[in-house]
Design a protein around this ligand. Structure first.
Ligand code: UD1
Length: 447
């Protein structure tokens, strides 16, 4: 297994390209199940999650290939199964995105329930409610969702749950409604840019979808969808962009991001301005210069257009060294706080209160061995380790590889000291923290 070794204390400085959005391209890849012909997608990031979904789709009979151009080509002509197996689904929750497409394409979908998750309870009841409203017979058997419908019928579907709406649930219902008989109205739909991207992709294939980006999406069902003649370009990853901006702010550096959509990042940019950063925003670029000291800020993570829950952990890391007290609340995943004990190991001063954390900024963090617990928490630990003095190690970065394309290479390209090495058993001498030996760099093989 790989781990990161991070030398803290170096400001980031330079310009980076942002990759395509993981959360946009996964539902679009799944939607290719219902598209006639070969779907070509441009700007698909090379991520473990993309490879996992590719494998799942191949198991169903879809031909999935990375072409020489870098485009991802998907052709479902050879589809021979409608069963998404537990072994793959449990490794990636977004596999549930095949539920709506499989049902719409074959009239029957058998998709494993994903099971536990490190960021809290994540039911899929709203996905099932939405597909039932479209006329599917849905039941749970032996850990699998079984959904059947001879022909889906357009209907009014309401997707609000206790925590608001659902992003991948909206995606599932959207694909099913696109091929249903008649008109559907999806109320309390997610308005995240990734849902809009899926709707735009489906429209490029002949779907009749209006209102994407608002809480009410109207869909006139069509009989079939056909792959567009030109490759479809996936939107830039707003979460990666936010992570890189926060990393630059956290290290007292400066960064220019190219190929971003600033309108997807309004709330995050607002928070960074409040934290004292200077921002220069163009049509598809953002430049950030960090202040001498981060100002404390209060943050509430909520559905789009608010600050995304997927940036909550990174902002928490940033605020550990703010001059004063900040409060970060997560209304989407109230238990998404596994990064707190690890940040404490660096010397952060934090107190959890329900679905919020009160952070009292400290003057310095001190490097330590850390353990990543989930995708965005991993990014938060990388940021915190870069803010800390001396060396930190971060284990279990396989979480990070699920959703960031070569993060260590991008950070290194702008001055970050983040190295990927093979995780070897450590035989540290037992020593007090004041012992310089505990900080001594050891030679490691680069992966
Ligand atoms: C997607 C994103 C994930 C992001 C999340 C919230 C993908 C692949 N993943 O996940 O990165 O953190 O949106 O922006 O796009 N809920 C229910 N019932 C349901 C579905 C969800 O109660 O049927 C609750 C969840 O527990 C959670 C909230 O609704 O509290 C939002 O979840 P949801 O939007 O569904 O997240 P995902 O689509 O799984």
């Amino acid at each position: 297994m790989d781990m990161f070794v991070v030398q803290g204390g170096t400001p980031l400085s330079g310009s980076l390209q942002v990759s395509g959005a993981k959360n946009a391209c996964l539902p679009i890849m799944a939607a290719a199940l219902v598209i006639q012909g070969t779907t070509r997608l441009e700007r698909v990031p090379d991520l473990v999650d993309v490879r996992t979904l590719s494998l799942l789709l191949r198991n169903l009979g879809v031909a999935v290939d990375r072409e020489a151009t870098g485009d991802l080509a998907l052709d479902p002509a050879g589809l021979h199964s409608n069963i998404a197996d537990y072994d793959l689904v449990r490794t990636m929750r977004a596999s549930v995105c095949v539920l709506g497409p499989l049902l719409a394409r074959t009239g029957r979908a058998c998709v494993s329930l994903p099971g536990g998750c490190n960021i809290g309870f994540r039911p899929i009841d709203l996905h099932l409610k939405g597909l039932s409203a479209l006329g599917a017979d849905v039941r749970i058997e032996r850990g699998y969702v079984l959904a059947e419908a001879k022909r889906l019928r357009g209907a009014r579907v309401h997707l609000a749950g206790p925590q608001g709406t659902t992003v991948t649930g909206t995606c599932n219902v959207l694909v099913a409604a696109a091929l249903a008989e008649g008109t559907s109205v999806i109320e309390a739909a997610a308005s995240e840019p990734e849902v809009v991207d899926l709707a735009n992709f489906l429209n490029a294939c002949g779907a009749q979808i209006r209102g994407q980006g608002t809480s009410e999406i109207e869909v006139d069902g069509v009989d079939s969808l056909r792959a567009p003649s030109k490759p479809y370009t996936v939107i830039p990853d707003r979460i990666e962009a936010a992570t890189l901006l926060i990393a630059a702010a956290a290290t007292g550096g400066e960064i220019q991001l190219q190929d971003v959509q600033p309108r997807h990042l309004h709330a995050v940019l607002h928070i960074l301005r409040e934290a004292g950063c200077r921002l220069d925003v163009g049509d598809s670029s953002i430049s950030l210069t960090a202040p001498a000291e981060i100002h404390p800020v209060d943050v509430v993570a909520q559905p789009f257009p608010a600050v995304p829950t997927d940036v909550q952990a990174q902002l928490t890391a940033l605020l550990t060294k703010a001059r004063g007290t900040s409060i970060v609340r997560d209304d989407v995943f109230p238990d998404r706080f596994l990064h707190l004990p690890e940040l404490s190991r660096l010397g952060a001063d934090m107190r959890r209160e329900g679905n919020a954390v009160v952070i009292r900024g400290v003057q310095r963090l001190s490097g330590a061995p850390l353990m990543a617990s989930d995708l965005r928490a991993s990014a938060a630990l990388v940021i915190a380790a870069m803010m800390a003095e001396q060396e930190s190690t971060i284990r279990r970065i396989y979480h990070l590889d699920r959703g960031y394309e070569r993060l260590e290479a991008k950070l290194s390209a702008i001055g970050g000291l983040v190295n990927r090495v093979k995780d070897e058993p450590t035989h540290l001498p037992i020593s007090l923290p004041s012992d310089p030996a505990i900080h001594a760099g050891s030679e490691r093989k680069s992966a």
